[in-house]
Design a protein around this ligand. Structure first.
Ligand code: FES
Length: 89
């Protein structure tokens, strides 16, 4: 599991291995636009304030992935060894 801090409310939520960030933040009442939920449309792109990302989408190119300032929260996760992501949500 890893934690996600939401900058709008300062809330921190825990994302277990079998759930996506998108699912967990929605469950906490955060409204995020989404469509494919499979990392292929780009709708759920979210700005990353802090933390290392394991990108699993098919939208960002290598350069964008390396920059690490946004992620598709329907599929991508915290990198191994990163225990917390701070997202602009
Ligand atoms: Fe399509 Fe996340 S909802 S990339």
């Amino acid at each position: 599991p890893f934690e996600v801090e939401l900058t709008d409310t300062g809330t921190t939520v825990t994302v277990p291995p079998d759930r996506t960030i998108l699912e967990v933040v929605e469950e906490h009442g955060v409204r995020v636009l989404s469509s494919c939920r499979a990392g292929v449309c780009g709708t759920c792109e979210t700005r990353v304030v802090e933390g290392e990302i394991e990108h699993r989408d098919a939208i960002l190119n290598e350069e964008e992935k390396h920059l690490g300032d946004s992620m598709m929260i329907c599929v991508s996760r915290a990198a191994a060894g990163c225990r917390k992501l701070t997202l602009d949500l």
